[in-house]
Design a protein around this ligand. Structure first.
Ligand code: NAP
Length: 270
């Protein structure tokens, strides 16, 4: 049984644990750590996992440690668990889920030869539809990479990428669920402005978004084809699309993703 530790039971830590448990991982093989014991108790009651407040103790004998704390805390946590990782009989794989923090910085913070993997996840892993882009460090064996890929596959797709692409990956996957949520929110407000009550507007928008999402992922057709298929000449949809284009939607996404990638790079160089 692979012994899994999740350091930091926040949004990503919880999404990962929830996905793993839903996919059939034995909850007793998972230990979550939090600074606040009451948060650990929530995890124990909700998912049946073990909980600790001591990161070092949790890491003893761990096979895979997922680091799910904020980027600025990653190197501190590595310093905290370094000795336990060194003393473990098995080669513990450290998997960072943090934006920005590079493999080089993490490898320097731990004992030479420690296997480190950098992952950019996103929150749809809560519903088993996460996107996990992954770059492996120098000391990760193919078997260890398979193990980590297998665990992440339980909560979504896994895509190996070059580490140099990670800031762009963050802009397109790590952060992008928020863009879609913002679009949904704006559309609901627009519906209310057209005279619909909010409940009806929410139902119309969320159902359309979910349907469009499934078409994007499962129809085998690219977004351009899907869009043109619902754009009749001189029709209602084209009238709306023209307004969106004239309002600079495409330019807004170019600028937004540039800002996101830049911020991701900054997090790695505080
Ligand atoms: N949220 C996203 O959509 C998203 C997407 C992609 C990647 N990420 C990455 O995922 C990581 C976690 O983000 P998040 O959104 O899940 O943040 P979060 O909700 O703030 O979760 C971080 C958790 O870590 C706990 N924590 C802090 N210091 C700790 C320590 N020393 N030991 C153990 N637990 C500690 C915090 O709890 P206390 O402060 O109460 O102790 C908190 O519950 C970040 O590095 C982020 O870059 C997030």
């Amino acid at each position: 049984m692979t012994k899994i530790v999740v350091i930091g039971g926040g949004k990503i830590g919880e999404a990962l644990i929830s996905g793993l448990v839903n996919a059939g991982t034995d909850p007793q093989s998972i230990t979550v750590t939090n600074r606040r014991p009451e948060r650990g108790r929530e995890f124990r009651e909700r998912y049946g996992v073990r909980d600790l407040t001591d990161n070092r103790q949790a890491t003893e004998d761990a096979d895979v440690v997922f680091l799910c704390v904020k980027p600025y805390l990653i190197l501190d946590v590595l310093a905290e668990i370094n000795a336990a990782v060194e003393e473990n009989d098995t080669a513990t794989v450290l998997v960072s889920m943090a934006a920005g923090v590079t493999l080089g910085a993490m490898e320097e913070a731990v004992v030479a030869g420690t296997p480190v993997v950098r992952v950019m996840p996103n929150t749809p892993m809560l519903v088993g539809r996460g996107m996990n882009a992954l770059a492996a460090g120098r000391f990760v064996t193919p078997e260890q990479l398979d193990d980590v890929t297998g665990l992440l596959s339980a909560v979504g797709e896994v895509l190996p990428v070059a580490e140099s692409d990670m800031d762009a990956v963050t802009a397109l996957a790590g952060s992008s669920p928020a863009y879609f949520f913002l679009v949904a929110e704006a559309l609901i407000d627009a519906g209310v402005s057209l005279g619909l009550n909010r409940q009806v507007a929410e139902k119309l928008v969320t159902t359309s978004a979910a349907g469009a999402g499934i078409m994007l992922s499962e129809s085998g057709q690219d977004p351009t084809t899907l869009r043109t298929n619902v754009s009749s000449p001189a029709g209602t949809t084209v009238a709306a699309l023209r307004e969106l284009e004239e309002s600079g939607l495409r330019g807004a996404f170019f600028r937004a993703t540039e800002a996101c990638a830049k911020r991701s790079a900054e997090l790695g160089n505080p």
